[in-house]
Design a protein around this ligand. Structure first.
Ligand SMILES: Nc1ncnc2c1ncn2[C@@H]1O[C@H](COP(=O)(O)OP(=O)(O)OP(=O)(O)O)[C@@H](O)[C@H]1O
Ligand SMILES: [Zn+2]
Length: 471
């Protein structure tokens, strides 16, 4: 394996060395389910889907865990505002998230654990931390349990901060803490919160702190030590710093690589549910941009770079993708879809270089130019090899236009044949109308097809149809 990944913990690009031959364990921090996902969250899922596809292409068995935070202060606030149980809000958002990821052709994770399903594992970790002097019950009788930051000298190493310069953890009142930087592992029940948001524990009724959830789920599904822990750059501190501290203090070696992706912003500000600048898939659809084009938009940027969203840049990405798609369709019509081919070495080198998708797409663009030239000169041999290579590259990025995920789950080939013959019938009528110089009737056929979303283009090989708008 020659993959190199940027590791936040060492602040360097490192050779990716597997913990166990042939197997990779990846944990990605998933959503806190207080609201439906925005396209910033979805960037996260798509980035790691590309990483996963790249690891799969290398022949590894990948265990990919992406969790759901279904209990949290923010969800409880929503429950209070809406007069609904917190779990109904979390579940509704979970369904929308699953639907959004399906729409974006993100492979289903190996498992998607929910925080509320792992309370016993959290208790086990917290009990050990308390026993070993790394955690303590709050001194104010609140039922909270805090991690003792001063007991862990390595605290701050992931985010490169000196513990002395750190502020209060801000996740609970400082009054019951030994040190304001201590963070909550367990939160005692509060009288004004709904009773169904609490679980019994050795420290009384309460609910988990956010950070301990991920440590427990990593441990449960990937074991004491695993390969890659991912999430957005915004999670480096405090979330991931706290995860490492509490996991290692509990005796778990934990993640070997920390891979963080850049944020999607608007006008320089992070897109956020709480920031009120969130755009979702329905919005993208309202612009006439398809999910596959949004996916291309994400892939066109390196995963660690900021994407500052604008409608123009999204539309440009959609146009660029349509050009690629146009080649794939024309080439497949000419020589058949064929099989996925070999990946060009330039593409492999770019992906191995910390998943440099923008450089990988430059290789694809070069092939596209060659393929288009071959189409126009009738060089079918080159068309066939280029199509196979282009589709193989697109497949790694999850955007092959001929992937059944985009064409309609495998049934599209059958449907395409049916639609083909119906359109042939309509075009035959148009040809007859033209033959008798009845231009009104001929145009009417074309307009009717257009209304049905079918665009007809007259080419030297005869009329060609596509679904969607002509660009
Ligand atoms: N604007 C964004 N761009 C890219 N990734 C994001 C963005 N916002 C959140 N994420 C990522 O999505 C994942 C789930 O995050 P989480 O539910 O904790 O979001 P959040 O930061 O609370 O969102 P918000 O600020 O919208 O409330 C994390 O990996 C986080 O880094
Ligand atoms: Zn997490």
């Amino acid at each position: 394996m020659t993959l190199r990944l940027y590791d936040t913990a060492t602040r360097s690009v490192r050779d990716f060395v597997l913990r166990e031959a042939g197997k990779v364990g990846v944990y990605l921090c998933g959503l806190t389910l207080q609201a439906a996902p925005h396209i910033g969250h979805l960037r996260s899922g798509v980035n790691y889907d590309v990483l996963r596809r790249w690891l799969l292409a290398a022949g590894y068995e990948v265990t990919f865990i992406r969790n759901l935070t279904d209990i949290d202060d923010k969800i409880l606030v929503k429950a209070g505002e809406q007069g609904r149980p917190f779990w109904s809000i979390a579940y509704a958002n979970e369904l929308t998230l699953a639907e959004s990821y399906r729409a974006l052709n993100v492979l289903a994770p190996t498992y998607e654990p929910r925080a509320t399903g792992h309370i016993p594992e959290m208790h086990e970790l917290i009990t050990k931390l308390v026993a070993d002097g790394h955690a303590y019950p709050a001194t104010d009788g609140s039922g909270d349990v805090y991690f003792d930051v001063a007991s862990w000298p390595a605290y701050g190493s992931l985010s490169g901060q000196s513990p002395d310069a750190m502020q209060s953890a801000g996740d609970a009142p400082d009054r019951g803490k030994r040190d304001p930087r201590d963070f909550a592992l367990w939160k005692g029940a509060k009288p004004d919160e709904p009773a169904d948001a609490y679980w019994p524990s050795p420290w009384g009724l309460g609910r988990p702190g956010w950070h301990i959830e991920c440590s427990a789920m990593c441990w449960r599904y990937l074991g004491p030590e695993f390969d890659i822990h991912g999430g957005g750059l915004d999670l480096t501190f405090p979330h991931h710093e706290n995860e490492i501290a509490q996991s290692q203090a509990a005796g778990l070696p934990f993640a070997r690589y920390w891979v963080h992706h850049g944020l999607l912003s608007i006008g320089g500000a992070k897109m956020g549910k709480s920031a009120g600048n969130a755009l979702d898939l329905a919005y993208v659809d309202s612009l006439g941009v398809r999910p596959v084009e949004l996916r291309y938009y994400y892939a066109a940027a390196h995963y660690r770079s900021v994407i500052d969203y604008s409608e123009d840049s999204l539309r440009d990405a959609a146009t660029a993708y349509r050009r690629i798609e146009g080649f794939v369709q024309r080439a497949a019509e000419r020589v058949g879809a064929g099989q996925l081919g070999e990946l060009p070495s330039g593409f492999v080198a770019a992906m191995d270089d910390d998943l440099n998708t923008s450089a990988a797409l430059a290789v694809l663009q070069q092939q596209l130019r060659d393929g288009n030239t071959a189409l126009s000169t009738g060089d079918d041999v080159t068309v066939r090899t280029t199509l196979a290579a282009v589709r193989a590259m697109l497949d790694i990025l999850g955007i092959d236009p001929l992937d059944p995920a985009w064409t309609g789950g495998g049934r599209s080939d059958d449907l395409r044949a049916v639609v083909d013959s119906l359109i042939a019938l309509a075009l035959e009528q148009r040809a007859q109308a033209r033959g008798r110089k009845d231009w009104t009737a001929a145009d009417a056929v074309r307009d009717q097809l257009k209304l049905a979303g079918v665009v007809v283009e007259d080419t030297p090989q005869g009329p060609r149809w596509t679904i969607g708008e002509q660009d």
